[in-house]
Design a protein around this ligand. Sequence first.
Ligand code: NAG
Ligand code: NAG
Ligand code: NAG
Ligand code: NAG
Ligand code: NAG
Ligand code: NAG
Ligand code: NAG
Ligand code: NAG
Ligand code: NAG
Ligand code: NAG
Ligand code: NAG
Length: 844
Amino acid sequence: MSECWTIICTMFLLSCSAYVSSQPFYSATANLATSWINNDADSRSLTYEDNTTIRTILVKGRETIGFSYACGFYCNGNCETYLFAVFMVLTYRNSAIYNPFPRVVWSANRDNPVRIGATLELTPEGDLVLRDVDGTLAWSTGTSGMSVASLNLTKMGNLVLFDKENSTVWQSFDHPTDALVPGQILASGQNLTASASPTNWTRGGLFSLSMTSNGLVASIQADSPQVYYSNLYTNVSQESNYARYENGSLRLYVTGTNNAYASITFPQASSGQYIKLGHDGHLRVLEWRNRSWTEVSDIFSSDLAESNYPMVCGKYGIYTNGQCSCPSSGSSAPNFKQINERHPNLGCLEVIPLTCDDSRNHSFLDIEDATYFRFMVDIERTNLDSCKEACLKNCSCKAIIFQYDIIRPKEKEYPLSGDCYLPSEIFSFMNTDKNDANSFFRGSSVSIKVQIASNVTSPSREISPIKVEREKSILRLVLGSTTGILCVAVVIGLIVFAFTKKKKAEEAEEDYLGRVPGMLTRFSYEELVTATDNFDKKLGEGGFGSVYKGSLKDNTRIAVKCLDGIGHIKKSFLAEVETLGNIHHVNLVRLVGFCADKSHRLLVYEYMCNASLDRWIYNRRQESALDWNCRRKIILDIAKGLAYLHEECRQKIIHLDIKPQNILLDENYNAKIADFGLSKLIDRDQSHVVTAMRGTPGYLAPEWLSAVITEKVDVYSFGVVVLEILCGRKIFDISLPEEDKHLLSLFEKKGEDGQLLDLIDKCCKDMQSNGRKVLEMMQIAAWCLQSNYVSRPSMSMLIKVIEGVEEFAKDLDYNFLNPQYFVNQIQVVEDVTLLSPSFLSGPR
Ligand SMILES: *[C@@H]1O[C@H](CO)[C@@H](O)[C@H](O)[C@H]1NC(C)=O
Ligand SMILES: *[C@@H]1O[C@H](CO)[C@@H](O)[C@H](O)[C@H]1NC(C)=O
Ligand SMILES: *[C@@H]1O[C@H](CO)[C@@H](O)[C@H](O)[C@H]1NC(C)=O
Ligand SMILES: *[C@@H]1O[C@H](CO)[C@@H](O)[C@H](O)[C@H]1NC(C)=O
Ligand SMILES: *[C@@H]1O[C@H](CO)[C@@H](O)[C@H](O)[C@H]1NC(C)=O
Ligand SMILES: *[C@@H]1O[C@H](CO)[C@@H](O)[C@H](O)[C@H]1NC(C)=O
Ligand SMILES: *[C@@H]1O[C@H](CO)[C@@H](O)[C@H](O)[C@H]1NC(C)=O
Ligand SMILES: *[C@@H]1O[C@H](CO)[C@@H](O)[C@H](O)[C@H]1NC(C)=O
Ligand SMILES: *[C@@H]1O[C@H](CO)[C@@H](O)[C@H](O)[C@H]1NC(C)=O
Ligand SMILES: *[C@@H]1O[C@H](CO)[C@@H](O)[C@H](O)[C@H]1NC(C)=O
Ligand SMILES: *[C@@H]1O[C@H](CO)[C@@H](O)[C@H](O)[C@H]1NC(C)=O
């Protein structure tokens, strides 16, 4: 048994790492005069559960499954704006396998993200140019006229513009962002700059890692950068020093020597790995391990404690034993307040801001036994009072860090003699431990310059805002009216133009649509507007459009699906609708009618009062949890609906998007499949002939890799849905801890450990008490989830097994589970079979 599970596991590892893929066979190179549009309806689009979206342009794949690189448009969940980026992905040959999530290792336009409709162009002159949808230049390599011949993505993840002699004209490695990939060199003068935050990727980040002629230096941006980490060459000063990311270390070299001058070591890469400078100033080595991106090393940690990071407690914050607080004199009127009470680590604000024109009213807030992450000697061998005097005289001085020798630690006497540092910008301070061996010999105190409350309010401040505001509004008025008039004129012109053009097209199509199909009711758009109360109650949103609740004049409740605005609707709409209208099965949602009115395309379905299955199985409430018999019935219903589509229809229909959102429940919890045959109605992809991938990540069978699509892709998705129904959770649940996020991985692990009972929906006692039957059903799911689609059962066979008519074939041939075999299998099949486009679609 355990051996069997190991084999099953290998299979799952493959199938779940391979389960999301785009269409295969991307190239790693592009020629001059090529352009790519960041198009929402593009079949190259892939959106993940967390809304991260990628649109691949080039892929440099590997022969076997492994981490490699792709480049294309990328957005990190908030998809109002996109980057043109190089990302690390798992690949198989020249196609990316889009699980795990891609990791961005370089981007062109992080400060200038672009929107939908933006264009990347490799111009005939050899310039690589990114323009936003309105035509504004977002980024370019500026290589026009430099005899560029091609754009290649190398296997190291370097995006290179080559000339005819194969010499590099431009490469992304020369313009690093915040990450390094194995093999990459950081040359003298180059630097990494951190992002502003984990979600805001602009260069607004404070931290940078620079390679200088003296060595590697990490600093925080300020009027003059403050260094918090350095690894310097001694006795070497050469312009062309460099650091190289090798397997297991970051090494500092001097040009012309083969020996590393210094090595910073970390674990060797066993899979995808990269180094990233975080927004918090940490330099981390990240690796795909245990099925998640894991930090395998924090490179500075051997030199820096947490308190040594400049922003550990934000600006003006004080770090004490892992806690952050604000500087305080203990008086009733505090000088500093927290930026955010709930997040003390965000730092502190001055209650009264320092102003230079009021410098006579400056004073100091003294903090004993405190220091700063950095110390530079600005004034040597002095005492604190002289330092204060110097600081008061210099407006840009914000605080004093005073370090002194403790001669008699027990009885400190002022004035002590020491050195002082007068920084012009303040980040976090830290309390020093009095018992620390270092502070026994050397003491440190901090004096922060503060503004004394003054009753004299500066006249300029009081009056100016109003004045400025008025000037601004006058300016706005003038600007507004001229541009306004221009805009209105242009807009009117455009509308008139578009209207006449559209009208002609509509008239033509209206003629075509005049032929009314038989059985179904044809509704006018106005009728549906009335029926749905002007599309007031939205029931949900599917891949093909939004669905609204409505009721007809005879009070029949309906669900209206608007196909408007989703890609291109085919001319054959009516023919397809007619066919769909002729498909009747108790486990398929019935199409009642449709509307094809001008540009409106709507489908009218019977209303299902218990909504879609996802509302019931992802539900965490006990009282509404479905019991075992109900779940079993639902599984059987889905199987029957699919069997009808696959085997009993006049022409086979592959659904291609089986998921709980597409399974609807009526008042008696009878399950019915929705959205079948729709891919035939809408041609989402006009530019690509064949290989458009359809479906939803998480439910896609691995053979999408090989472009051999049979009805067995539905069987695979069915297996996923069955597992979700039994476990009461999503296939991919980002709210769970990393190791539990992916249900298939977890299924594999629990199977291996013989703990499958743990997976059964905990919200339902009835499910728990039917544990043995649930486990049997899990076996059936595993049967459907096999990587080799040939080995998956047909839907009619599944029905027999679920109903107990037929025995579950326990002596399965497990040979195909060998990963090597799996890989070969794809190659063979791929060479022989061609995907026929009509195969993908609904009936005729
Ligand atoms: C993804 O986007 C959809 C629609 O914009 C939104 O409802 C959903 O909450 C988003 N999911 C996440 C994980 O942000
Ligand atoms: C350029 O490189 C390719 C292989 O990378 C090689 O086949 C070709 O001969 C090279 N061309 C020149 C001019 O060196
Ligand atoms: C770049 O890609 C083109 C097209 O595949 C190839 O012919 C050329 O050799 C590549 N150049 C280099 C230097 O690898
Ligand atoms: C980092 O490099 C960029 C581009 O080379 C340069 O403009 C910037 O000043 C550098 N920053 C630092 C901190 O060295
Ligand atoms: C991202 O950070 C930059 C720099 O800190 C800031 O100017 C910008 O407004 C931020 N963008 C968003 C969307 O928060
Ligand atoms: C430093 O450089 C000088 C002159 O180049 C050389 O004599 C000396 O040995 C070097 N010291 C070390 C520690 O390498
Ligand atoms: C790094 O070295 C280890 C041990 O030699 C090896 O297993 C691994 O494949 C290497 N990784 C890369 C990316 O070369
Ligand atoms: C990965 O899992 C193995 C065993 O499951 C464990 O020993 C190892 O520490 C884990 N590695 C990481 C980086 O979490
Ligand atoms: C004031 O202090 C700043 C840095 O703290 C220093 O660069 C500058 O030279 C000082 N100005 C004077 C007049 O001392
Ligand atoms: C400083 O504050 C005092 C009152 O606290 C005020 O009388 C005086 O004018 C202030 N000095 C300046 C330069 O504003
Ligand atoms: C500031 O003004 C208030 C009344 O407006 C007065 O009570 C207070 O004493 C003044 N403080 C100083 C320092 O002049």
